[in-house]
Design a protein. Structure first.
Lengths: 286, 483
């Protein structure tokens, strides 16, 4: 066949229009291959512990690797959790932020470890009455070292982890990391001194805004819009990253100590270091 | 024509994608600066400041130094926590005893033997009579150390087995004791977010008032401390402006240790600094050594009602003048022996005891000459002596009207360089027996007292007939306890 026959100009007028229409259709098909951008949403409405942290990190991975996801909104409603799990999520968020913007929005509460994660995002929204802050570390001191007759061990602290005094000092070292994360995350927006932050106060969202702990008042939709603006996308879709990552529905993981009457207390089930807010209304530690 | 058609075709192919792309993507996300995270690897656990000097040795105790540690007020501490302090006391000759709520002796009785009292983290209030007796103890020269601690706010005992009343937090309980000394322990804790000893509530204190108690101190560490206020006391250790009280979140003029009542009552807002490993942080060891010296320095004057605790060693009975050791008198003395036995002290009789011996001297008013060495400092006018030139048979006590010597016996306690002398003076042997009986049974209901002196009705008379009114005099009725 003569190649000339394939040129549009070689076609008759009718066939020319047909050719153009086919090209337009092909163009539209190609255009449809361009995905609608997605603002991925990660919900954290449980304490930060091994399971919830693992699931959040899986969603962060999905956000990082999924080209459709151009920005991420972290919806926080948590009193915090364990130190190591919080730090793990925080560091993964930092990696994600290198590629895509992350905006946090605080519901009822982002206290302690949850606020740690919030400062690991690019912009923070809060509701006017959200509870924000509570920067600090808590932990139950280990028992006083003693000889346990029925359990053999190879060192004085094998069973106890260390002297009680050392544990207290470890809290301080963890606190320094937390405060530095706040300083790095908030930068010049922060109106509080290091000492004021270290007081561990919880602020209302409106106060938190005035003090530079958050950037604006608003909820998830405003957060998604802001994240989209940061990512320079429009007409985006909002998608739950849990679904995109193919994670099953969240399962209940016991984290807090249950009183004998079946009532959940605000105290962790296991000993350790925590970036956690424990409401005073709970009274004495069990 | 061909070129235009080609361009049109390309446009139809590309423009939809371009339009859709621009519809969704209006720029490229580009981070201006890298994401910073904390330099976790650089964080180190804060270590306690160690003292650069060994603690000086606490001074040797006064003879008979006896430190009583109160555990009868739902005190929330372990004996091991006071061990560094009490070890210092013991190492320098001081005797340490604990008073628990199950002990037979009351605080009043046990105070009679003590030269210093330690009250740590009480969670039960001090009763009015206890406070009065401690106040009297301090008035006589006894030392009191009160240790409070915000971490000991509630008792760790089973209230079912406790005979104490509703437990209080330690500051409230301590304040029931400290009110007469115009000292108040605040229900707070001190904290410093700027510079601390590993935790905000562990405060480093560098401001000291001049006192032997703060000698050579550069910095002490308290591990949660109450602030203490006293309008008349000396703020011995006080905080800098960065140390705040939890009550107001403000600083300034916050004392963590106060010395009051003629430097006899010391109140410290912390107890934990005494316990290992905190006893060797900063200059705490030196501070503890100074505290031991404070406790060892108490040398309260003694009253007859403190018998048998006025003695700290073997006792010799010496009869003066023509007094005969009758059977009745020896029988009465045997009851004294029983009382002294309970304190582990032996009683012997000697006509010429060593000058350094503890002694009980028995004499009648007639033994003026022999008695004179034992009356020094008491300002007593005996019947027929210089104070009774007219020979009226009346007895003159300091700050008191004259008394009928035939119906009144005297008990006098004098201490001199560790030696204690109890002088009993009566109209006759039977009066002395009554005085001995009062001592042995610890029944001073027929006596009135002043520092070192008790005047007791003997014979048929009683207090009322002797007109022992309490107005306009310096004497106090005795009921078997301390004046």
């Amino acid at each position: 066949m003569n190649m000339r026959a394939w040129k549009l100009s070689a076609l008759g007028p009718a066939w020319r229009w047909v050719g153009l229409a086919l090209l337009l259709a092909a163009g539209i098909l190609v255009a449809l291959l361009i995905p609608r951008p997605v603002v991925g949403t990660i919900y954290l409405n449980t304490p930060i512990e091994a399971v919830s942290a693992r699931e959040v990190i899986a969603q962060i991975d999905e956000a990082r690797n999924n080209p459709r996801v151009r920005a991420v909104v972290l919806v926080l409603d948590s009193p915090g959790g364990t130190v190591a799990d919080t730090e793990a999520v925080y560091l993964e968020l930092a990696r994600l932020r290198g590629a895509k913007p992350v905006v946090s929005t605080i519901g009822t509460m982002a206290a302690s470890g949850a606020y740690y994660l919030a400062v690991g995002s690019d912009f923070i929204f809060a509701m006017p009455t959200s509870q924000v802050g509570n920067v600090g570390v808590i932990g139950s001191l280990p028992p006083r070292p003693s000889v346990v007759e029925d359990v053999a061990s190879t060192g004085p602290y094998k069973l106890f982890g260390g002297p009680r005094d050392s544990f207290l000092r470890q809290l301080e070292a963890v606190k320094v990391g937390f405060i530095q994360a706040v300083s790095l995350g908030r930068g010049e927006r922060l109106m509080l001194t290091t000492e004021e932050i270290a007081r561990g106060e919880i602020y209302l969202g409106s106060d938190a805004l005035r003090l530079g702990l958050v950037d604006a008042l608003g909820g998830p939709s405003q957060a998604a819009a802001h994240a989209a603006r940061m990512a320079h996308i429009a007409h985006y879709a909002v998608a739950d990253l849990r679904e995109l990552a193919g994670l099953p529905a969240a399962t209940f993981v016991p984290f807090f100590y249950m009183a004998e009457d079946g009532r959940a207390t605000a105290y962790p089930l296991e000993a350790g270091l925590f970036l956690l807010y424990v409401p005073p209304a709970e009274g004495r530690q069990p | 024509m061909t070129r235009r058609l080609t361009l049109l075709g390309l446009a139809l192919l590309v423009v939809p994608a371009l339009v859709r792309g621009l519809w969704f993507y209006q720029g490229v996300y580009w981070r201006r600066s890298p994401v910073s995270t904390p330099e976790y690897a650089s964080f180190t656990v804060p270590l306690p400041p160690l003292s650069t000097a060994e603690a000086p040795a606490a001074r040797n105790a006064s003879p008979g130094a006896h430190v009583l540690v109160d555990q009868s007020h739902a005190n929330n501490f372990l004996a091991a926590e006071l061990e560094p302090l009490l070890r210092e006391v013991s190492a320098h000759g001081g005797q340490v005893e604990f008073l628990t709520s199950s002990d037979s002796g009351s605080l009043a009785t046990r105070l009679a033997a003590a030269t210093a009292l330690v009250v740590a983290a009480p969670n039960a209030p001090f009763m009015r009579d206890e406070v009065q007796r401690i106040e009297a103890f301090v008035g006589r020269g006894g030392r009191v150390l009160v240790l409070t601690d915000p971490t000991r706010g509630s008792p760790q005992y089973d209230s079912y087995y406790s005979d104490t009343s509703t437990p209080l937090d330690d500051s409230s309980a301590a304040n029931t004791l400290l009110a007469p000394f115009e000292i108040t322990v605040a229900d707070d804790y001190l904290y410093n977010l700027n510079e601390n000893e590993g935790n905000f509530r562990n405060v480093l204190l560098t401001h000291f008032a001049a006192s032997p108690l703060t000698a050579d101190l550069g910095r002490v560490a308290f591990y949660a401390a109450h602030s203490i206020a006293s309008p008349t006391g000396l703020a011995l250790i006080y905080a800098d402006e960065n140390t705040l009280t939890s009550r107001t979140d403000r600083g300034g003029d916050l004392a963590a240790a106060v010395l009051a009542a003629n430097e006899r009552v010391l109140v410290i807002g912390d107890l934990t600094f005494l316990a290992p490993p905190y006893d060797h942080v900063a200059d705490n060891a030196r501070w503890i050594s100074n505290l031991a010296s404070f406790l060892l320095g108490g040398e309260p004057s003694r009253a007859p009602t403190d018998f048998p605790y006025i003695f700290s060693g073997p006792v010799v009975v010496q009869a003066l003048g023509e007094l005969e050791m009758s059977t009745d008198l020896i029988t009465a003395l045997s009851s004294l022996q029983s009382a002294l036995d309970e304190s582990g002290l032996a009683l012997t009789i000697s006509e010429s005891p060593k000058a350094t011996a503890n002694r009980i001297v028995l004499a009648t008013y007639a033994d003026q000459e022999e008695l004179s060495p034992f009356l020094g400092g008491f300002e007593i006018g005996l019947p027929g002596a210089d104070g009774d030139p007219l020979g009226t048979g009346e007895l003159q006590l300091p700050g008191w009207r004259t008394l009928d010597a035939s119906a009144v016996g005297l008990m006098l306690v004098a201490r001199n360089e560790g030696q204690t002398t109890l002088t009993l003076i009566g109209a006759d042997a039977s009066a002395l027996i009554e005085l001995i009986s009062a001592l042995a049974t610890h029944d001073f209901s027929m006596c009135i007292g002043q520092e070192g002196i008790a005047a007791c009705a003997t014979g048929p008379a009683d207090l009322a007939s002797l007109d022992f009114a309490f107005a306009d005099n310096d004497f106090t009725a005795l009921d078997g306890g301390l004046p």
